[in-house]
Design a binder for this molecule. Structure first.
Ligand code: PEP
Ligand code: MG
Length: 580
C-alpha cells in the first residue's frame, strides 16, 4: 500500500487514545472554510457533475434576478458587474475547470469549486491591469454563491465515507466522532483538541486510536494517502515505507494480544503495596461500554455522561422511558456496585446549542451544566424522573455538573425531592434513598467544599474542567496545551481540600477526570488521599498493576510536602523520588 514516489512524512501531536490504525486517509477540512473534501466513488462522478451543473443553473438564475433588481434601483454600472458574474458562469476556464477537477481528482463539487477559486484568484491578483485584478472579486463572489447553492442541493454527509479510513480533520465534534467511530473510521487524527477534550474522551470510549494537535496535517494529507496513526506516541505517518509498515503491523498485533490477555479481570479493588484499597470505577459515555465494566473489572460506574444519550436520539430529546430504560440497564450492569448518573452537562462546547437556542459569546463560562438545568427545568424533569425510576432497580446515585454555588445544590435537591414524590404518586416504585451529589469542577466549588459537604451526599472531582477553570486554560485549545498542567500546585491544593472536606463530613469522594486514568498522575492522587477513581474501563487493568507497586503511606508524606512547592515541575521531581 505504500507509494514509493512520495517521501514518508511524520506529523507529531498529542497522543489521546492508544492503539494503531493502518489505512487510507480521508482528509476533512471543515472549520475555516466549512468546505469538506470528500472522495467520490466511480459511479458517483456523473451524479456529482450533474449536481454541480444544477448548482450553476441555480446560481445563474439568482444572479439574473439580482441584476434585474439592481438595474431598476442602482443604475446600469452595478448591473454590469452582475453581467460579468453571469458571463463567468458560462466561461470554460471557470466552470469547465471545476468540472475537470471533479472528474480527474474524483472529489466533491464543493472542493473543486474551492480549489479552482483559489487558483484563479491568485492568478488574477498578480495581474498588472487594475481592471483584470478586479476580476478576482468576481470569482470570489460567484464561487461563494455556487458553494451556497451546492450546499443547498444534496449535502454530503459522513455516510459517504469509505470503510476503514483514518480521518484526518481540522476539527471534529463529539457527535461526529460518535457517528463516525461507530461505523467506518478506524482512527482520528485531529488538529484541534487535547487529552481532555470530549472528542478525545469519545475516541477512548470507542477504543479507537486518536491523536490531536496535528498542525497542518489536514491540509497536507490528501484522500487515499496511505497512513499509519500511532495513538501511543501521538504520530501520524504519511506515506510510510514498507519497513515502517511492517514494524507497525507487528506492533499492532502485539498490542491486540496484550489487550486480550488483560481483559480477563476479576472485579477486585486495586491494592497498593502497603495494603490500601483503591476502588476503580468506570466512566461510561456510550451504552456499548456497559459490557466492558465486567470485562475489565471496574467496580461500578463512577460517571455516566448522560448528555451523550441525547446524541442517540438527536434531534429529538430522549423520553422519560428512554432515560429510565438506559439508566436501569446501567444500574443492573454495574450491580452490586453504584452507578453515578450525571444529569445533562449541556452547553459549553458540548452539544445542544441549537436545541437550547443558546447564543453565547463565551459558552464555556455560560449557561452550562447545572445552570442550564435550573434555567430550563422542563428538560431535566424528564431526565430526573427517569433516574428516580431507575433507582428502584439498583444502587443509583445522581449528580449535578458545574456546580459553583451552594444554592444550586439546594435547588437540585429540591427538584429531586419534588419529582420523587411525583413519580411515587404516578404509581412507580422509588428507592427513597437516592444519593444526591455534586461535581467539584469549578474552583469556587473546591474552595467551599466544606460548605457543600454539609449538604451533598457525595463528591466527584472533575479535574478536566477544574484544571481548565483554575488555570484559565481552555482544555480544547492546542495553543495553550502546555499550560494545561495537572500537577500545578493550585490544583493539588484544591483536590486536597476537597478530599479533606469530604472526609470530615464522612461522604464519599471520587475523582473522574482524565487524570484518574493516567499512570503518571495516579500516585499523586493516592498521595492526596483519594481512594476512589473513575476512569475509562479499559484502563482499569493497567492501573491495578500500577497501584500494586505504590506505597500509599510514602506518597501521602511526599504529597504533603508537594503542597508547599511552587511549580508543576517541582511536584513532578518530588514525586519521582517515591514512585518506583
Ligand atoms: C471533568 O470535568 O473532569 C469531567 C469528568 O467532566 P467532563 O469531562 O464531561 O467535562
Ligand atoms: Mg466537566
Amino acid at each position: 500500500m505504500t507509494d514509493s514516489r512520495r517521501p514518508m512524512r511524520v506529523f507529531s501531536g498529542i497522543p489521546v487514545s492508544g492503539g494503531i490504525a493502518i489505512g487510507r486517509a480521508v482528509s476533512i477540512l471543515s472549520r475555516a472554510l466549512e468546505i469538506v473534501r470528500f472522495p467520490i466513488g466511480g459511479e458517483g462522478i456523473e451524479a456529482e457533475v450533474e449536481r454541480f451543473h444544477f448548482a450553476v443553473g441555480e446560481t445563474a438564475r439568482g444572479i439574473e434576478g439580482t441584476r434585474d433588481r439592481s438595474g431598476e434601483f442602482l443604475g446600469a454600472e452595478l448591473a454590469a458587474i452582475f453581467g460579468a458574474h453571469a458571463l463567468l458562469l458560462g466561461d470554460p476556464s471557470f466552470v469547465g475547470a471545476i468540472e475537470q477537477r471533479i472528474r480527474e481528482e474524483r472529489v466533491n463539487a464543493e472542493w473543486a469549486v474551492h480549489q479552482v477559486r483559489q487558483d484563479l484568484v491568485a492568478r488574477f491578483e498578480r495581474m498588472e491591469d487594475p481592471y483584470l485584478r478586479e476580476r478576482a472579486h468576481d470569482i470570489e463572489d460567484v464561487s461563494r454563491q455556487l458553494l451556497q447553492n451546492l450546499q443547498g442541493v444534496g449535502h454530503h454527509d459522513f455516510s459517504e465515507l469509505p470503510d476503514g479510513v483514518v480521518l484526518v480533520a481540522d476539527d471534529l465534534t463529539p457527535s461526529e466522532a460518535i457517528r463516525l467511530g461507530r461505523s467506518k473510521v478506524i482512527g482520528f487524527a485531529v488538529e484541534s483538541g487535547g487529552l481532555t477534550s470530549h472528542t478525545s474522551i469519545i475516541a477512548r470510549s470507542l477504543d479507537l486510536p486518536a491523536v490531536c494537535g496535528l498542525t497542518h496535517a489536514p491540509e497536507l494529507v490528501t484522500n487515499d494517502d496511505p497512513v499509519v496513526l500511532d495513538g501511543e506516541i501521538g504520530s501520524l505517518i504519511l506515506n510510510p515505507t514498507e519497513e515502517v509498515l511492517a514494524r507497525y503491523r507487528a506492533k499492532s498485533l502485539e498490542q491486540r494480544s496484550r489487550r486480550a490477555a488483560a481483559a480477563r479481570e476479576e472485579q477486585l479493588p486495586a491494592v497498593t503495596a502497603d495494603g490500601v484499597a483503591i476502588e476503580l470505577m468506570a466512566n461510561v459515555d456510550l451504552p456499548e461500554e456497559i459490557d466492558e465494566l465486567r470485562r475489565f473489572g471496574a467496580r461500578g460506574i463512577g460517571l455516566y455522561r448522560s448528555e451523550f444519550l441525547f446524541l442517540e436520539t438527536e434531534p429529538r430529546l430522549p423520553s422519560e422511558e428512554e432515560h429510565y430504560a438506559l439508566y436501569r440497564r446501567l444500574a443492573e450492569g454495574a450491580a452490586p456496585f453504584p452507578t453515578v448518573i450525571r444529569t445533562y452537562d449541556l452547553g459549553g462546547r458540548k452539544l445542544a446549542r441549537e436545541l437550547m437556542h443558546l447564543e453565547e459569546e463565551n459558552p464555556v463560562l455560560g449557561l452550562r451544566g447545572i445552570r442550564l438545568t435550573l434555567a430550563r427545568p422542563q428538560i431535566f424533569r424528564t431526565q430526573l424522573r427517569g433516574v428516580i425510576r431507575a433507582a428502584a432497580h439498583g444502587e443509583v446515585w445522581v449528580m449535578a455538573p458545574m456546580v459553583s454555588r451552594v444554592e444550586e445544590l439546594r435547588q437540585f435537591r429540591a427538584l429531586v425531592d419534588e419529582l420523587t414524590e411525583e413519580v411515587a404518586r404516578d404509581g412507580h416504585p422509588t428507592s427513597g434513598d437516592l444519593k444526591v451529589g455534586v461535581m467539584i469542577e469549578v474552583p469556587a466549588a473546591a474552595l467551599i467544599a466544606d460548605v457543600l459537604a454539609r449538604e451533598a451526599d457525595f463528591f466527584s472531582i472533575g479535574t478536566n474542567d477544574l484544571i481548565q477553570y483554575a488555570l484559565a486554560v481552555d482544555r480544547n485549545n492546542r495553543q495553550v496545551a502546555d499550560l494545561y498542567q495537572p500537577l500545578h500546585p493550585a490544583l493539588l491544593r484544591m483536590i486536597r481540600s476537597t478530599v479533606l472536606a469530604a472526609r470530615a463530613a464522612e461522604i464519599p469522594v471520587s475523582l473522574c477526570g482524565e487524570m484518574a486514568a493516567d499512570p503518571r498522575h495516579v500516585p499523586l492522587l493516592i498521595g492526596l488521599g483519594l481512594r476512589r477513581l473513575s476512569l475509562n474501563p479499559r484502563a482499569v487493568p493497567a492501573l491495578r498493576a500500577v497501584a500494586a507497586k505504590l506505597d500509599a503511606g510514602a506518597l501521602e508524606r511526599c504529597v504533603a510536602h508537594c503542597l508547599d512547592l511552587g511549580t508543576a515541575a517541582e511536584v513532578e521531581r518530588e514525586l519521582a523520588g517515591v514512585v518506583p
